[in-house]
Design a protein around this ligand. Structure first.
Ligand SMILES: [Zn+2]
Length: 223
């Protein structure tokens, strides 16, 4: 359940009321899979391999559901993940992946540290779309790997488990097409080689992530 303050003016008096919105979850045999279209408590393969009835509506092609990305370090049971909103950060060369960015809400008092003034809140374009924001790390962009979606590829018409990325600044989500996924995977593999000697553990993790991304794009059997 989430609560949102709803401020308004009524009969000359300022009042604040609580607008209560009940967010219902997606359950299967009393196990919570996620909320709405976001099934953050199960990977696609976990649900597919679970021997229960009623799962096909979630697994079928173009169902609209997004599944937890199978992070290589996770061995959790279905429905038993601590961080439902987990994102694994990557920094990649600008241009190999594109998405439509949204807005970011800022407060003058807490986000900009402007004191001794009436606090104001306002929306700004995502910093990644503002050219002047990059005073360092020019040429690179950061995203988070969050989920996978079983859908028909727009270019080839083939069923695929596409990786969903999140912008860490504005929170927008977007899927990578085949070309983008391959470029990202190749880049992570190259990064892995470069750090292999001084950080073999991270190098191994990078390779596993790269392979997991690409595995999703091998043609899947539609349910
Ligand atoms: Zn953004």
């Amino acid at each position: 359940m989430a609560t949102f303050p709803d401020r308004g003016r009524e009969q000359g008096k300022t009042f604040t009321k609580q607008l209560i919105i009940i967010v219902t979850g997606e359950y299967l045999h009393n196990v919570k899979l996620g909320t709405c279209e976001s099934l953050y408590y199960t990977t696609y393969d976990q649900l597919k391999n679970w021997q229960v009835s009623g799962k096909d509506e979630f697994l079928k092609l173009d169902s609209g559901y997004r599944f937890r990305f199978p992070f290589p370090d996770e061995k959790n049971k279905i429905g038993d993940y601590d961080d439902y909103n987990r994102g694994w950060s990557i920094t990649i060369p600008k241009g190999i992946f594109t998405m439509n960015h949204g807005k970011k809400f800022l407060r003058t008092d807490s986000d900009l540290n402007i004191k001794n003034a009436v606090p104001m809140g306002f929306y700004v374009d995502c910093p990644t779309t503002i050219k002047a924001y990059r005073w360092n790390n020019e040429g690179n962009e950061s995203y988070e790997i969050v989920q996978q979606k079983f859908c028909t590829d727009e270019e080839t018409g083939d069923p695929m488990l596409q990786t969903v990325f999140r912008c860490p600044y504005c929170g927008e989500l977007a899927r990578a097409n085949v070309t983008e996924a391959k470029a990202i995977s190749d880049y992570l593999s190259e990064q892995s080689k470069q750090i292999e000697k001084h950080d073999p553990q991270k190098a191994e993790y990078l390779i596993k992530i790269a392979i997991t991304i690409i595995n999703g794009y091998l043609i899947k059997e539609a349910i």
